[in-house]
Design a protein. Sequence first.
Length: 61
Amino acid sequence: MNKTLVKGNWNEQKGKLKMQFAALTDDDLMYAEGKKDEMLGKLQIKLGKTKDELDKIIAEL
């Protein structure tokens, strides 16, 4: 996942992810500088996806 891409329009991407995966909450999608891996780890557990799958999903938003 491109850091600039996440930073630039993360609020828009969060909304799209929540529409695609209803189980996600704002807490799950809390993005803080330097905490991307922690956030992706939470999403991997909650959605049962690999890091590569999540990167692809986010890139396609």
